[in-house]
Write a protein that binds this ligand. Structure first.
Ligand SMILES: [Zn+2]
Length: 226
């Protein structure tokens, strides 16, 4: 059976680099080639050269490539540890890029169905809408690395176990650390405001919130990950 593109009804006929070509250039000598597919529910990728076959050429060469290009400047700076300012508009674009990568990574775990549903993927593509109940943070890593990872988490709401299901995607690209958290809740809580923040301790100082966007900010944050 021909698989359908993650973002549209076309058949899959293209592969997306988990680390884009221009990121590969930036990281050239600094990474090992290693892939780890973890236990059910988790997936980790340690190579920027991994290609994930999950999209069509129209998407890959169209809106996905435009989104890459729109974010090249700040991502290139942060990968190389150059301080940079991010306007609200920059943060919005960067968050959409991070969610796009999270969706691609999410699709390649053979152990489970993708977390992001078709409507969420389609909305990101067609209307630039980030899924509801999504948070995106960025930070600074002291060494230059490459690592993409995804993990599922479940939470309790009003004493109902597993009432929320979250997908956490972590990305270390050069000196840039990004984290995306998206949460789905069971239907009885769908209309409610659910607190999905889960940062504790030093994470408050080491990560900057870029989505939902609040104000312009400067990278790096006060505290660096080591
Ligand atoms: Zn497509």
């Amino acid at each position: 059976m021909t698989r359908q593109c993650l973002f549209c009804p076309n058949p899959v006929d293209s592969a997306e680099h988990i680390g884009s070509d221009w990121i590969l250039e930036d990281l050239k000598q600094s990474v090992d080639i290693k892939i780890t597919i973890g236990k059910s529910g988790s997936i980790w990728i340690d190579s920027p050269e991994v290609l994930i076959k999950c999209v069509c050429k129209t998407c890959n060469n169209g809106w996905m490539s435009e989104l890459e290009n729109a974010n090249k400047f700040p991502i290139h700076a942060m990968i190389n540890n150059e301080p940079c300012g991010l306007t609200k508009r920059d943060q919005n674009k960067l968050a959409r890029w991070a969610v796009m990568k999270a969706m691609v990574l999410d699709s390649c775990n053979p152990a489970r169905r993708p977390f992001y549903v078709e409507a969420e993927r389609e909305n990101l593509k067609s209307s630039s809408i980030v899924p509801a109940r999504t948070l995106v943070w960025i930070g600074q890593f002291s060494a230059k690395g490459f690592h993409f990872g995804g993990t599922d988490i479940w939470g309790e709401i009003e004493k109902i176990a597993k009432a929320s299901h979250g997908c956490v995607t972590s990305m270390d690209i050069g000196h840039l650390v990004m984290q995306v958290l998206s949460v789905h809740v069971i239907s009885q809580f769908a209309q409610q405001n659910v607190n999905i923040g889960c940062r504790m301790g030093d994470w408050r100082n080491s990560l900057l919130d870029i989505f939902p966007v609040t104000d312009s900010l400067r990278w790096p944050p006060n505290v660096t990950f080591t």
